[in-house]
Design a protein around this ligand. Structure first.
Ligand code: FAD
Length: 391
């Protein structure tokens, strides 16, 4: 067995293969020289200076595997994975877990990104009172970095191309609430503003204006790197495409985590998420199927983000046409929002500071197609589970 990519999804794949009784050879190949580590804390506790290390428990000896760290897979042909350092690894089965890489802006100026532990440590060392920090992108990473940077006394400007932050993920109503969080934190959020290029000393904006900055961080999204799969028989578009069983189009090759889009029966389409929860759980299914099983991966998507002192959790997947039901006052420190489809069935929820609502709503979402009473959902004194209409 060969696993390419030694992040969370790669490590979990290896662990799952062993947990499921596979006793043969496993080689884990990772481009980074560091052993596997967790990424969500990089923009949270690492950036806030609370921790320096996010290593995941990893003992190749105890797992009985060969770890080839600092080796990037560069070609795949005829059942052999080749690496840039000259390694050749024949396999019976291969799991791709190569994650994604930050998208960069055009222009000759220096721009930082936040993907690796080294990125995070370097960025944190720059934060200081008075630093003029420009962040391109008001997504999850942009918001979390802005949170840490203002806490360190930096003057933070966030430039967002869309008319609201996290718009695609949470829709316009929640995004409007989030917009106020930036203002309350003292962050200068410039919406509907494109960046033409990164230049020395700042950003050239699409409207012709100039944003001066001491440091620029680009947080406009991440994409899997796929060029090395050209000619391999693995079908890719903007990511690796898999079936509901996480198989790619090449025999014996599977894909998990940020690099892959899986076919979802629940939602009737292919989905790709950059969610920690997917990287954690997809390897369970991939490992089972590598070993001859026929398991289907079809979770209720889930992510969280910690921004401006709030714990935000989202589960499910709503469509723009779904009806939004507020639960509590969105101006308060804690509130929820639920999406219902045209038949009154729960499709998603977002909760700020109310994890117990998330636990109960996730159960309803997992059960699938549960109609709910919107009045009960809107009343924070009624437990979410009690809003389900069972009759
Ligand atoms: P990765 O973690 O990217 O690991 C892939 C590994 O493969 C990398 O080490 C890479 O170097 C290696 N690799 C790449 N190409 C090759 C190659 N050719 N050969 C060998 N190795 C290769 N999700 C949430 O749900 N909530 C959060 O709050 C949250 N916060 C985040 C904050 C930050 C700063 C970041 C960057 C991500 C965050 N995420 C969050 C997303 C989450 O961390 C990812 O979804 C998860 O890390 C994906 O795991 P992965 O193993 O698929 O990919």
């Amino acid at each position: 067995m060969v696993v390419a990519g030694a992040g969370l999804a790669g490590l979990r794949t290896v662990e799952q293969l062993r947990d499921r009784g596979f006793g043969g050879d496993i080689t884990l190949i990772g481009a980074e020289t560091r052993p596997p580590y967790d990424r969500p804390p990089l923009s949270k506790k690492v950036m806030a200076g609370v921790i320096d290390d996010t290593s995941l428990p990893f003992d190749p000896g105890a797992l009985g595997i060969t770890a080839r760290l600092g080796e990037a897979a560069c070609a795949l042909e005829d059942g052999v994975l080749r690496t840039a350092t000259g390694g050749a690894y024949p396999f019976d089965a291969l799991v791709l877990a190569t994650g994604s890489e930050p998208v960069r802006l055009p222009g000759p100026g220096a721009q930082r990104t936040l993907r690796t532990l080294d990125d995070a440590l370097a960025l944190r060392a720059l934060l200081r009172p008075g630093l003029r920090l420009a962040i391109a992108g008001a997504g999850l990473i942009g918001a979390e970095l802005a949170t840490a940077a203002v806490a360190a006394g930096a003057h933070v400007t966030v430039v967002e191309y869309a008319p609201a932050p996290m718009l695609a993920a949470v829709g316009p109503d929640i995004a409007a609430v989030m917009t106020r969080w930036y203002a309350d934190a003292g962050v200068d959020l410039r919406l509907a503003t494109g960046v033409s290029s990164v230049q020395d000393g700042g950003l050239a904006l699409a409207d012709g204006s100039w944003l001066a900055a001491d440091e620029v961080v680009t947080a406009i999204g991440a994409r899997p790197r796929l060029d090395w799969l050209d000619g391999s028989g693995v079908h890719t578009e903007t990511c690796v495409l898999t079936t509901e069983r996480l198989e790619t189009s090449a025999p014996g090759v599977f894909a998990v985590g940020d690099c892959a889009a899986y076919l979802s029966g629940r939602y009737g389409r292919r989905l790709r998420f950059e969610h920690w929860d997917i990287a954690l759980h997809a390897p369970e299914v991939a490992a089972a199927n590598v070993l001859g099983g026929s398991e289907v991966f079809d979770p209720v998507p889930y992510f969280w983000t910690e921004q401006f002192g709030r714990m935000v959790q989202y589960a499910g997947l709503h469509s723009p046409s779904d009806r939004l039901v507020w639960r509590g006052d969105p101006a308060a420190a804690k509130f929820g929002a639920f999406w219902l489809d045209a038949d009154g069935r729960l499709t998603a929820l977002l909760a700020v500071g109310v994890p117990k609502d998330v636990v109960q709503a996730r159960r309803l979402l997992l059960a699938g197609s549960v109609a709910v009473d919107p009045d009960a959902l809107a009343d924070p004194s009624v437990p979410v589970r009690a809003a389900a209409l069972t009759g």
